[in-house]
Design a protein around this ligand. Sequence first.
Ligand code: HEC
Length: 486
Amino acid sequence: MKQKYLVVLMAILYIALIQSCKDSSQTNDDTVESDGEAMFKAVEMPSILANGDPFPTDSNTINGWLKEKSVVDGLETDPNVIGHAWGLWQALTELTDQTYQGRNLRRYETWYTPQDVMKASSENSTLSDLKRTDGSLQFRPKFSIGHDAELEPTAGDISGKVKYSPGMAQRALEGNYFDSTFLKSKIVEGQINSLRFNPEDVMLKPIYRVLTDLNKVEGKDDTYYFHIWGGKQDGGKPDSLFSNKVNVCTNNASPDIDNSSTFSIDAFIYHKMSAAEAYTYNNSTKEGNEFVDTAKAGDPVILLGMHVSTRETQRWTWQSFYWTESPDNPIFPSSTVIAAGRNTLSKPLESPANHYAASVGYSMMSPALPYEGPPIDIMNAGVSPVYALNPYIEGTFGTDVFPDQATYFSGAYAEQFYKANIDGITSNCMSCHSQAAYDGSGFNEGSFLADQYVNRNAPWFEGMVQLDFAWSLFPGFEPPPSKVTE
Ligand code: HEC
């Protein structure tokens, strides 16, 4: 049924897209090198961000930014918060001197995955001695929860992964955080226990689109298409195509690049797939990836977006970035106010990093409510919800991803429930990540929250170990290291 629909849809698309960038018999001459030793180093964050803030910034400073109401239409407008988010983005996307297969890596690419931590633990290795032969881009099963029906795979599969800064990876390794027996040992009936990371710790969730032959515009060898977020009306649409689409042209001489829906590949953070990456992409299907397309060396891998969270405050800072066709004037969940923050950096963003929009949420409600305390009557607390999401990750979440949120807010907590916040486009990173806690049994599908205020001492955490907002530590969420190697 779905397959048939796709065939028809693709036929329509091919017809519609014939007018894309000009044909080119020119082949891409950047050759893909063979695998080297893969000993690239993980590069730490700089001590000063490009917006002038120290890293890490003192939590009192950040909490000070959140004391006044600063949201308009649910989106953050505080210049300090926005500047900080762009400062982090600059640092993460900056090119380093580290290379993998002859390609310079951006800072975030050099960081460790949870699978690296698991591998170091089982091999009794230090993180820095670990041979990361599968490179910085290790294909892994798709995120399952809330992503069962991912964005249309024929328009480019989405592949995501979790990354930790060097210090965070080290703490997860030393602390045995991927060992559920250890986590269980922290559980005490009637009590709330918590793991604790350090202020300089950073966690990421970059997502990519691999552009394979399946995404080529018919009759073109150098032009691919994919669908992009068109705003709130695309919210909660997990298995249908977003209405807007763009073409990506790999031939910069093409006259069609001026066409408003055709972009040069240079507008994206991207690299060409190595032979090893193509191999793991194609073969990890055996581990449940369900990539329907076949990749080959040289296929472009574009960075579609990235979740970024820092432990600078007890509740972490939350921001997400995603590629946009209009970086000066991005649509919800970003804004022109947020985009303007890019111009305040002392070190400019490199041109492709400048083509991304940001969504920012440093609190669940604005002004920020206390870290912990008694239940709050939310409608009479003088606060407004803060919406922060990545359209390509949470934007597609419908109400079914948050089936039981009302049950948390019953009894004394009934007045704390913000009834209008029910789906991905009314969600907030911090609220959902607050719920990352383990009671020794399996995942409760009803744990996810849209934008709700969560007190750290809420009674539903009793008898659990709070994972310090890191959902990736929930036993079973992160798959074991891939066995697919070339
Ligand atoms: C509905 C719940 C939910 C919302 C909303 C949500 N996340 Fe997550 N997030 C998760 C889950 C579950 C994972 C774990 C994925 C895995 O390990 O496979 C995760 C993983 C992550 C990670 C990887 C590290 C970790 O352990 O958490 C980061 C960073 C992250 N999310 C940031 C964000 C940001 C930024 C936002 C908002 C823009 C956001 N998340 C919104 C559920 C959520």
